[in-house]
Design a protein around this ligand. Structure first.
Ligand SMILES: *Cc1c(COP(=O)(O)O)cnc(C)c1O
Length: 459
């Protein structure tokens, strides 16, 4: 036997008991929740793979740091520690804290966008696009076509299609483009990274036309991990060095600290452009709080600063991505259709292939998330037609090619045994798939409808 398994670079010090439920309890709970896993009570969930956002287990160092909170209204020492780590690891000299990622998106959208502008990026993200639209921009997706194909094996499905971007610049003119942004790995494409080569080509094209380039660095360390694992010339470089090399290509970035930084709350807006920073500092006091706390407690900023040091640790990020990969391979073994390559933060089930008999108007992914919950108490999330929302101009439903269910892994929370149990239960849903019927939407919020929409079983 030459198999050499890997294991997590940490051990468990505190445990949180979880409630075991029965099928009749879960049938009632999902009905009461309008077949929307976002509306379930956490207490009724056994294994919670809804999101990796703010659901991570902090380290003992982070918890110790929470006791070191300097809750001064102005000039908290935790702010200065965080600022120094943002300079050191992201390489950005200027920074304002925000309470979470979307607050940073709100502020940067207000600063950079004039009504009528275009914003281009490697696929949309729900909150990002909403803030761009609220500021008056139209979002244009310039990701490579492979990203829209759940079975394409391209190693960097988060790459921008340079020809699409060049054509857009030609069509609307560089002045109309408020900024181009890259997210990595791309959540909505299935946790797919972009390559350093592509990033540098995008940077050169933007530079040539005087277009700003911004970074949604929410899961930047996962992207750095994939570059190290897959891109020529990066195998020997550290995660910190790759992160820095990525950030060096951008004018600024925003981060939901609830992901990479392994904290429960927090956001970052950082830039090398002093003018943008001055505007951000002016706006953060309006919407968030003083520019040295931005909607956070001092202790939160301390935990973030420590989280930055932990997120670039190779063994930590390898175990994180490795756990997701373990889950994906297990599901493949059971024949369950998933998006490939397996993503960095989540395994994405291909609901179109899972339920070929359910039309997209009957919400295959929403249906699948509800079925998985009833089967085993595992909570997942729809990433398909419900999340894609409506076109703000025409009011018509967007019909995304990708109709997915996301199984997202909180960092350092679940064990391999949890994954085994979860994968087996999804395999059971798959075995009974032909009997399952779709859903009908009976309540639809205007914005970010996936959070609060309600459904009934279709007749
Ligand atoms: C979570 C997330 C955001 C929004 O951040 P919040 O902290 O949830 O407000 C933005 N971009 C990406 C890629 C995210 O995953």
């Amino acid at each position: 036997m030459t198999q050499r398994s890997w294991a997590e670079p940490y051990r468990i010090k505190v445990v949180e008991p979880i409630k075991m439920t029965t099928r009749p309890m879960r049938e009632k709970a999902i009905k009461d929740a309008g077949y929307n896993t976002f509306l379930l009570k956490s207490d009724d969930v056994y294994i919670d793979l809804l999101t990796d956002s703010g659901t991570n287990a902090m380290s003992d160092r982070q918890w110790a740091g929470m006791m070191m909170g300097d809750e001064a209204y102005a000039g908290s020492k935790n702010f200065y520690y965080l600022e120094s780590n943002i300079r050191k690891y992201y390489g950005m000299p200027y920074f304002v804290p925000t309470h979470q990622g979307r607050a940073a998106e709100h502020i940067i959208s207000k600063i950079l966008i004039r009504p009528g502008d275009i914003v281009a990026g490697n696929m949309y993200f729900t909150t990002t696009r909403l803030h761009q639209e609220l500021a008056g921009a139209t979002f244009r997706d310039v990701i490579i076509d492979e990203a829209h194909d759940p079975d394409d094996p391209h190693p960097f499905k988060g790459d921008i299609d340079l020809a699409k971007l060049a054509a857009l610049i030609k069509e609307v003119g560089a002045k109309k483009i408020a900024y181009v942004f890259m997210a990595g790995p791309v959540n909505m494409a299935g946790g797919q990274p972009f390559s350093m080569k592509n990033l540098k080509a995008v940077r050169d094209l933007c530079k040539k036309h005087g277009i700003r380039l911004w970074f949604d660095a929410t899961r930047a360390c996962e992207n750095a991990y994939f570059i190290k694992a897959r891109e020529k010339g990066y195998a020997a470089k550290s995660i910190a060095a790759i992160l820095k090399e990525m950030c060096d290509c951008f004018e600024g970035l925003w981060v939901s600290a609830k992901k990479d930084l392994m904290v429960n709350i927090g956001g970052i807006l950082a830039t090398r452009d002093k003018k943008v920073f001055e505007q951000a500092r002016a706006l953060v006091v309006v919407y968030e709080g003083m520019h040295t706390y931005g909607g956070l407690a001092g202790r939160d900023m301390e935990a973030m600063a420590i989280g930055i040091e932990e997120m670039v640790d190779y063994d930590t990020i390898r175990a994180r991505v490795g756990q997701v990969e373990y889950c994906g391979r297990l599901l493949q073994k059971y024949g369950v259709p998933i998006v490939t390559p397996i993503g960095g933060h989540a395994v994405f089930l291909n609901a179109r292939k899972f339920f070929p008999h359910i039309a997209q108007e009957q919400f295959p992914a929403q249906t699948l998330a509800a079925e998985i919950y009833v089967e085993s108490g595992v909570r997942s999330m729809e990433r398909g037609i419900v999340s894609a929302g409506r076109d703000p101009q025409t009011g018509k439903n967007n019909f995304p090619n990708l109709e997915l269910v996301r199984l997202t892994f909180p960092r350092r929370v679940y064990t391999q045994a949890h994954i085994d149990v979860m994968a087996e239960s999804i395999a059971a849903v798959y075995d009974n798939r032909k009997k399952v019927k779709g859903l009908k939407m009976v309540f639809e919020p205007k914005m970010l409808r996936f959070f609060q929409a309600r459904f009934k079983k279709a007749a």
